[in-house]
Design a protein around this ligand. Structure first.
Ligand SMILES: Cc1cc2nc3c(=O)[nH]c(=O)nc-3n(C[C@H](O)[C@H](O)[C@H](O)COP(=O)(O)OP(=O)(O)OC[C@H]3O[C@@H](n4cnc5c(N)ncnc54)[C@H](O)[C@@H]3O)c2cc1C
Length: 419
């Protein structure tokens, strides 16, 4: 029996959708939605973004400082490959957009245990110095401007960006329109186009993109996506003369970014099964404790026992079981299960049928804790799929696009006889 891997994977074949009108509607005005709009506009498309709030980037993408944090593994997994491509793409993009609220100050990743230390040394041997360098505590201290007690990796080209400023820059394009205060309540296919019912009226388009963060599985067509929501709170603290010396982002468990407008951002808590938007003192304390443990000189520099907390913000990361985002076309769930049902009994069957897609329905979500490097490249991937326009070189190999495909969980479950 031939191996399934060598037969091609018809369940991952691309949708045949073509839209000669070159216009699309994106639901959700966070980093994922704005990035997709940007990539489509770049290819000559008209895009309308529908956002439920009064402003773009009001949910997960609303933090003051998002760190470009590339958590790489030494064994070049699809996740690690994706992170690397996304990292380079975001940095190039940030340079092109020329936004003010981005600082290429470098990022330090501390080795928080022996295993991480070994991984970092292996990564150092695999990658060029302009991507990352393994350094001892003294070298890192010189770079950071405050004493660091651990060895770790330094990413010289990384830094932090203000995600709302990035969103605004992405949609600053003559063919992108944003409609705010526009909660979408329903999407339905009708006569070869999608009808979208929202608080601000009805919209129609042959192509729609769901970029609703944790709410991306809200509509029936996407209910099968295995999304999880993880609550996170950041803490803003007043900078001091001493803490202004911090000149790079430092990430251990939790992170601190250099001061901007007299404040630092410290992040971020990680809580499952908690849907509260409240800003909690105990979560501020958790963020401060992480600093005290991993980077005590920063904790002392921001005031030690007299730290002045100036604010905080809560958001929800949207994650997937394999930590890769979900980017691509959406199938009819039941029809997909019926088409590939024989795989339950024999995962090596040479099936050839393509899946039945909802014509013109795409999704970009599940960007987890790394939206700064995951959302922009996902916009490019999606725009390539939607337009079929190969003139913009798609930066990722086909296998990696399969690793992001929305149907990957369905097919894995079928093969394991779980669906
Ligand atoms: C506390 C915290 C700290 C983080 N720190 C970092 C970091 O340092 N670095 C990093 O890379 N990443 C970080 N992240 C992750 C990053 O913020 C996210 O990955 C990214 O913002 C996700 O963008 P998104 O567009 O998918 O989701 P969102 O920003 O949540 O956008 C979804 C949008 O869809 C809209 N929407 C939803 N439903 C509807 C509807 N029915 N109709 C209309 N609009 C709708 C929402 O209002 C929202 O604006 C952090 C996240 C959190 C929560």
């Amino acid at each position: 029996m031939p191996d399934i891997k060598q037969l091609g994977k018809p369940w991952f074949s691309q949708a045949d959708h073509r839209n000669p009108e070159k216009s699309a509607i994106v639901i959700g005005g966070g980093l994922a939605g704005c990035s997709t709009a940007y990539s489509l506009a770049k290819r000559g498309w008209q895009v309308t973004i529908l956002e439920q709030h009064e402003a773009l980037a009001s949910e997960a993408s609303g933090n003051p400082q998002g760190v470009l944090y590339a958590k790489l593994s030494a064994d070049n997994t699809p996740l690690s490959q994706f992170i690397l491509h996304g990292y380079h793409y975001s940095i190039d993009l940030l340079k092109q957009l020329n936004i003010q609220d981005w600082q290429q100050c470098g990022v330090v990743q501390l080795a928080v245990n022996d295993k991480t230390n070994q991984r970092y040394q292996a990564l150092d041997a695999q990658h060029p110095d302009d991507l990352l360098q393994y350094m001892n505590a003294q070298q890192l201290s010189e770079i950071a401007g405050l004493d660091i007690h651990h060895s770790g990796l330094f990413f010289p080209a990384a830094g932090w960006v203000h995600p709302p400023a990035l969103c605004r820059a992405l949609v600053d394009h003559s063919t992108i329109k944003t409609v705010k205060n526009s909660l979408v309540n329903e999407i339905s296919p009708e006569n070869n186009e999608w009808v979208i019912k929202s608080d601000s009226g009805e919209f129609r388009s042959k192509t729609i993109i769901i970029a609703q963060g944790t709410a991306s599985s809200r509509f029936n067509q996407l209910r099968y996506l295995p999304l999880k929501s993880i609550r996170g709170q950041i803490t803003r603290v007043k900078a001091t003369h001493q803490s202004q010396k911090l000149s790079t982002c430092v990430c251990g468990e939790g992170y601190i970014a250099p001061a901007i407008k007299g404040e630092h951002t410290l992040g971020a808590t990680f809580h499952f099964n908690d849907a509260s938007l409240a800003i909690r003192d105990q979560d501020h304390q958790e963020n401060l404790n992480m600093q005290q443990q991993w980077f005590p000189t920063s904790y002392d520099a921001i005031g030690g026992d007299h730290i002045e907390i100036t604010g905080g913000r809560t958001g929800f990361r949207c994650t997937t079981p394999d930590y890769l985002p979900i980017v691509g076309p959406v199938v009819h769930h039941q029809s997909f299960l019926d088409t590939y049902a024989p795989l339950r009994k024999n995962s090596k069957l040479p099936l050839t049928d393509k899946p039945d897609y909802f014509d013109g329905l795409y999704v970009t979500t599940g960007h987890g804790s790394r939206g700064m490097i995951s959302c922009p490249i996902s916009g490019e991937i999606l725009a390539d799929m939607i337009t079929g326009d190969e003139s913009y070189t798609n930066p990722l190999p086909a296998t990696l696009k399969e690793a992001l495909h929305p149907s990957r969980f369905l097919i894995r479950d079928l093969i394991k006889n779980k669906q």
